[in-house]
Design a protein around this ligand. Structure first.
Ligand code: ADP
Ligand code: MG
Length: 595
């Protein structure tokens, strides 16, 4: 909708480019700077005023650094070390990068074909790769050079060959996961050939992985080339690379250490800078790292309030939210998602929070207990009082102790919130054990009891079932059982019935309703459906674009809505046999969206 795309656009404009992200990573930027400098000097070697690196000068052997005419001194044949270093770096870079390109090309093709074709092709290709991997690779490289004969080009082939398995395995793994995706099926149905699918559908999705693998292995390959040359199997005189310089200077390690230390430092700096840069590139290209998902989220949402509200509130009802604002840090600015909302919820009361998708309901719910992931979430204003105490002023441990004990959550889709590898009984028991120190078997018995309470038939038997073995309604009940595990005072239910059909929805709502009556639970029910609000809630707050536009008794709001948006939301509640009327009422929403 128009109003909703507007913030998205500002969001993407503010989103930093790959280049900015890379530069923001100081280590990667330093790596890039050093590597760039080395490459430029190596490329400029022919036009730099350097003496010929191969001219020997016996009388001036092993001169120390800073000698006139020889900035870094001379080696055992009187050759200028600076000149040899720069030319040698050029050779090392050329060989290392070419080997990486070759390994990436062949490895990727093998990986793509094996992963896409599966079956016998996959088995044969991967067993070949396994065979290569079965040898320690530097030994394999030495064996290959021994067979082909020493020389730079043969060293290059050997290094490329032994690195093919890394690419092949990585790329195959990614390809296997992509080949079964819907867009590949769609391409297949549209009549594209396998080759076309592989290159136009699969390859673009695999490309970042290829680039990441290249950037993280090129340093290794330079090091391996240097290793072969050090052993005399790579660069042959008079050509020299960094490895052969090191190898030749080894004999004078004690009399003239500079001759070996200088190329040694060069190898170190070069490989180090490439690895720092490579890690930076990986962080930028990997969408999981990019979104910050692997950033360690904090246990509590970041609080950055301009004004600090009173830490306690006298005679407060169960939950008081005052002027709460939560936003998301996009790097340059904080995009607000919830803007200064206030509401109150008394004991035994049910408040409905209603609004269209994206209006900020979930962010509100998560903000209450500091559960919005930070980064990027930040609470920028306001206070949330639970039993009169501001949760944002609490210490981290106190807030964690409050969660699930006094204030519990029921989430929309329990299939994603329940752990797939533990039985539901264990998970309910875990919720109990998080706050009470009772024995394991006691917790388990209590879990079964809770599951009975929420109406799961044969609870004792079902407790050992895994989430995927339950129906949607049963899973939702398990979610509610977990929320009830520690007799909370407040339950925040974020669209608890959206994933369910109407009959199960009715039963779940009735269950929440009963619990509320029996135990005086305060219930914050988040939904986008006025029908649900009408059934369950005493009061309702209507949310739009992060603001509460209207709030009041459910009956009053339903019969006499003040805000235009509320009127249309109410009009959207379908009545049986009024299909046409429903569309007529929804249409103004679309039209407004288009404007
Ligand atoms: P809903 O009312 O459907 O529950 P949400 O509360 O999930 O909506 O989202 C409200 C707004 O906050 C949306 O515009 C959404 O794009 C934004 N938002 C939610 N989570 C994040 C996040 N992790 N990073 C950036 N923006 C977010
Ligand atoms: Mg939501």
């Amino acid at each position: 909708m128009t109003d909703m795309t507007a913030p998205t656009q500002t969001f993407s404009r503010k989103r930093r480019s790959n280049w900015q992200l890379l530069m923001a990573n100081r280590l990667a930027a330093a790596g890039l700077f050093i590597f760039g400098f080395i490459v430029i000097v190596a490329v400029l070697a022919p036009i730099l005023p350097l003496p010929n690196p191969d001219i020997t000068d016996q009388p001036n052997r092993l001169l120390p650094p800073l000698t006139a005419g020889h900035l870094l001194g001379t080696d055992h044949l009187g050759r200028d070390i600076l000149s040899r270093l720069i030319w040698g770096t050029q050779v090392s870079l050329l060989v290392g990068i070419s080997a990486t390109a070759l390994a990436a090309l062949f490895g990727s093709v093998i990986g793509l074909v094996a992963g896409y074709a599966r079956g016998a092709t996959d088995s044969i290709l991967m067993r070949f790769v396994d065979m290569l991997m079965a040898f320690p690779y530097i030994l394999l490289a030495i064996a290959i050079v021994a067979a082909l004969g020493p020389g730079l080009l043969n060293a290059l082939y050997a290094i490329a060959l032994v690195n093919i398995p890394f690419f092949a395995r990585n790329i195959r793994g990614v390809t296997v996961s992509i080949r079964n995706r819907e867009f590949v099926d769609a391409a297949r149905l549209s009549g594209k050939s396998h080759a076309a699918i592989l290159f136009t559908e699969v390859l673009p999705n695999v490309l970042p992985v290829i680039v990441i693998t290249m950037s993280t292995t090129v340093g290794w390959m330079i090091l391996e080339t240097a290793g072969l040359s050090f052993l005399g199997l790579g660069a042959q005189p008079p050509t020299s690379d960094l490895g052969s310089m090191l190898g030749q200077a080894r004999a004078q390690l004690f009399t003239a250490p500079h001759a070996s230390i200088i190329p040694g430092i060069m190898i170190f700096v070069l490989v180090m800078s490439i690895n720092l840069l490579g890690d930076g590139i990986r962080d930028v290209l990997d969408p999981r790292l990019r979104s910050g998902a692997l950033d360690r989220p904090m246990a509590v949402t970041k609080i950055n309030r301009k004004a600090k509200p009173a830490p306690t509130l006298e005679n407060a009802p169960a939950l008081v939210v005052e002027n709460l604002s939560t936003g998301f840090d996009t790097g340059d600015a904080i995009t607000p998602a919830v803007k200064g909302i206030s509401f109150r919820l008394g004991k035994g009361e049910c408040l409905g929070l209603i609004g269209e998708s994206g209006s900020g309901k979930s962010v509100t719910a998560l903000s209450l207990m500091g559960l919005v992931a930070s980064p990027p979430g930040v609470v920028t204003e306001g206070a949330v009082y639970v039993e009169g105490k501001d949760t944002f002023s609490l210490r981290e441990q106190d807030l964690i102790a409050l969660r699930g004990a006094r204030v519990a959550y029921v989430f929309q889709d329990p299939l994603t919130t329940l752990h797939p590898l533990f039985s539901v009984g264990d998970q309910v028991a875990e919720a109990i054990l998080a706050h009470k120190s009772i024995g394991k078997s006691a917790a388990r018995a209590r879990a079964v009891e809770l599951m009975e309470r929420v109406g799961i038939r044969d609870a004792a038997g079902r407790a050992s079932a895994y989430p995927h073995e339950l129906s949607g309604g049963q899973r939702q009940r398990v979610g509610i059982a977990m929320a009830l595990a520690n007799d909370p005072d407040i339950i925040i239910a974020d669209e608890p019935t959206t994933a369910l059909d109407v009959t199960v929805q009715a039963r779940i709502l009735e269950l929440l309703q009963n619990l509320r009556r029996e135990r005086g639970l305060a219930l914050l029910l988040i939904t986008h459906d006025f029908g649900v609000v009408a059934q369950v809630c005493d009061r309702v707050a209507v949310m739009r674009h992060g603001e509460i536009v209207e709030q009041g008794d459910t009956q009053a709001v339903l019969t006499d809505p003040q805000h235009d948006y509320t009127k249309r939301l109410i009009a959207c509640v379908p009545e049986l046999g009024e299909g046409h009327g429903f569309l007529d009422r929804v249409r103004p929403l679309f039209q407004e969206a288009r404007r």
